[in-house]
Design a protein around this ligand. Structure first.
Ligand code: COA
Length: 152
């Protein structure tokens, strides 16, 4: 199985290359590198997902799997792991805009909504103000708080 791990600072050029090759924006990626997870196969990045964190709200972005690896559940695993990272940091609500995967995100528990309902900080993010056109579909998802670590 392809492994998923936290992105390293040195992964940025490869991440940008993957996003650009698959038609996704790289504007503001620096705000999400600290939460990004990557799927690595033989040392090469074949998928990624990241969240920009604004207090208790997060903007899921840069969800991408290279075409040859699609349909294997990697996209779902990347999203789940990126959400786990920010859940542990206290994020409770996740928002996203997509032009290309509006049929896919509901499978992962995302519900459509109105982008005006997103918190101000999310609406001021580069993705909302520039990278994603007004026609993009808006989704949100509530994250249950991270389970308390068992004491033992
Ligand atoms: C969206 C994406 C990340 C899914 O990755 P993946 O690894 O194929 O996802 P999974 O394997 O977890 O899910 C595959 C299933 O979802 C479906 N699916 C995948 N992408 C889809 C899309 N864009 N729209 C609708 N359904 C999609 C597949 O047909 C497959 O269905 P099946 O299980 O009935 O066969 C990948 O298609 C991708 O990188 N697309 C280009 C970038 C993009 O649009 N990113 C999202 C916007 S941020």
């Amino acid at each position: 199985m392809i492994g998923i791990e936290a992105a390293r600072a040195t992964d940025r050029p490869a991440l940008e290359g993957l996003l650009l090759a698959n038609g996704l924006p790289i504007a503001g990626l620096e705000f999400a590198l600290g939460t990004a997870v990557v799927a690595r196969q033989d040392g090469r990045i074949v998928g990624c997902a990241a969240v920009e964190v604004y207090g208790s709200a997060g903007l899921l972005r840069s969800v991408c799997v290279e075409p040859r690896q699609r349909g294997l559940g990697l996209g779902r695993r990347l999203v789940e792991q990126a959400l786990d990272v920010v859940r542990k940091r206290g994020v409770g609500e996740i928002y996203l805009l997509t032009e290309t995967a509006a049929e896919w995100f509901p499978r992962l528990g995302f519900e459509p909504g109105r982008r005006e309902d997103a918190p101000e900080a999310i609406q001021a993010s580069p993705e909302f103000t520039g990278a994603c056109p007004v026609g993009a579909t808006f989704f949100r998802k509530h994250l249950n708080p991270a389970a308390a670590t068992a004491v033992g």
